[in-house]
Design a protein around this ligand. Sequence first.
Ligand code: FES
Length: 568
Amino acid sequence: MSDKEQGLSRGLTNYGDRDFSVYLRNSFASSMGYSRDMLKRPIVGIANSFSGFNNCHRHFPELLDAVKRGVLMEGGLPIEFPTISLGEVFLSPTSLKFRNLMSMDTEEMVRAQPMDAVVLMGGCDKTVPAQLMGAASADLPAVQLVAGPMMTSRYQEERLGACTDCRRFWSKYRAKEVTTEQINDIEGRLATTSGTCAVMGTASTMACIAETLGMSLPGTAAIPAVHADRLRAGEESGRAAARMILNPIKPSQVMTEKSVENALRVLLALGGSTNAIIHLTAVARRLGIPVSLQKLNELSDTTPVLVNLKPVGSNYMEDFFFAGGVGAVLRELKPLLHLDTLSVTGQTLGDRLEQDEGWVDRRVIAKASEPLEPQGGLVALFGNLAPRGAILKRSAADKTLFEKEGRAVVFTSLADLAARVDDPDLDITKDDFMVLQNAGPKSESGMPEAGYLPLPRKIAEQGVKDMVRISDARMSGTAFGTIVLHVAPEASVGGPLALVRNGDRIKLSVKERRIELLVDDAELESRRAEWVSDNVPPEQRRGYDRLYASEVMQADEGCDFAFLGPVD
Ligand code: FES
């Protein structure tokens, strides 16, 4: 690249006179107090998703300083710019609805502003996938820097971490095992530092995936948000981005079919979040890389679960960091991985794994020869109820429910669920299958993390901890249970899930990867003929809501917008 196309001279505002455009831009940039020497430097943009509505990114101002330091060390000019931030619990109806908006913001601002490389600062659940999607589409050298996980806290003698313990204590409260006073005390102790949720939820899973893909620096995914190493990771990420200006490595060289397959392996070995399937599919799709649920099953059969973290196991992200982190998992999986994939450092995965990354705590990261489970944590199910697939996190489920037939108890929407689930007269037993309809990506609720249906209070009070639950919704990566999610096609576009009625029999077989509605075809056809959509059509909406309603794709396509894929 010539100097003319670098730094501030890159991507000029069009006034019909190139030299005037450069002159004007330099003049305005000078108004920010930069010296001329500084303005001649190549530029590393820093996409900063700090927000007062994002507790997980609370430490970003300090982390940003570290990134800037790193860029300056390598002779670049660091320029921060804001993007949308998606604070998981602050968005209605659900953060997923806005992931694609953030990806578009990231992509367009990376492309439109004069930068030669970019550091992407994200962390909370949807922010990292949005940034990776945007970076994939913009295809400018990019380094993903994650927020890092929260530290754990304590309630009496129990260790607490958001948000598996949030759900655990809430379930106890519903079952009257915890008092109102206690649940209020616990509320103040679940999330006590900056950083992302403290377990292997979606944010942590995506951080590990970003490192496995090669988009984050080796060893950085699990560093706690408040650890000094997190700041050093920021500094090093700034340096790496600045170095890539001389030796450009584009996201399309890093995120390839092979590195995506490696990421799927790691996701399975982590017993990671079901959401990560949707996000990885969406990221890969931006580069024309297909991720099929059949492929997930193939990999799942041959990938052991190695990581003992909540919600599947008993430890927290800080334990994972001190136990050896992603590097230790990658070394165990080495025979199963593509080693010629490239990271943003220019190093191959094989080169990285040649290096000894030190001691591994086997209480947290198992050897591949002595895994926690011989097969991967996630499995895709198919059948007449989910022709395009559904997901079950088998590592976080009750295995005694895996081969089971049950009676459907149907809730037609989240509002219906909320209104009736605790009704003492609800006709339900622990052996029934709870079915939630109209909670998929095109539904009014925008595919919320509502697939973890609360057990009816009268069942919970019997001490029952799990039931089969089926929906087209998602589930928080921090949740657990025998929960069939992401049923595609979804109910609100007329998928078979919409045709289930109270009393129907459903058969689940994890062994056969099947989920079947035991209703004959003629009856299903007659129900289909009667079915009408409750969705407000896109043309009766406006703004982003309209765009979303008309363009969002199904779960097996990553819930991306159709038009954001690569141009043929
Ligand atoms: Fe941000 Fe859980 S709320 S990662």
